[in-house]
Design a protein around this ligand. Sequence first.
Ligand SMILES: [Fe+2]
Length: 167
Amino acid sequence: MADTALKAKPKETSIQTGISRAGTDAIADELCNALADSFSLYLKTLGVHWNVVGSNFFGLHKLTEAQYEDLQTAIDAIAERIRALGHIAPAAFGDFTKRSVVESKTTLASVEAMLTALVKDNEAVARRLRKAVSVADEADDVFTADMLTARIGKHEENVWMLKAVSA
Ligand SMILES: [Fe+2]
């Protein structure tokens, strides 16, 4: 359920493009979850980029750089879609912690733990996005469905690359 504090007033925010108010509320809630997940994964991926060591340092350093840069772009696009639907985009660690499926309590120290976590997190984020896509589809929000579908593909690609580089 969307945090009521994040619900903007319908009058100032409603868009008349064929999505119902109930639809925009449900979609915005899913997008807030996607934002929390993507931001948390961005930070975690950045941490691996910084802290990775070992014989495969350069490959992992560059791979995680490409992944966090992609996440940074995605975060902005997701947040701005939330705004276009008339809701407040969460921008606080407290909100992200409450909503995210990405575990982010401590900085990981071992390379093995970092890679295992990134694979697991990308998989979890992709799984959750599937539900968001179906909510957007149900409300006929083709733009959001399209955007989040592309994100699923990106997280699946991240899983493949993280596994391939650490095989
Ligand atoms: Fe860097």
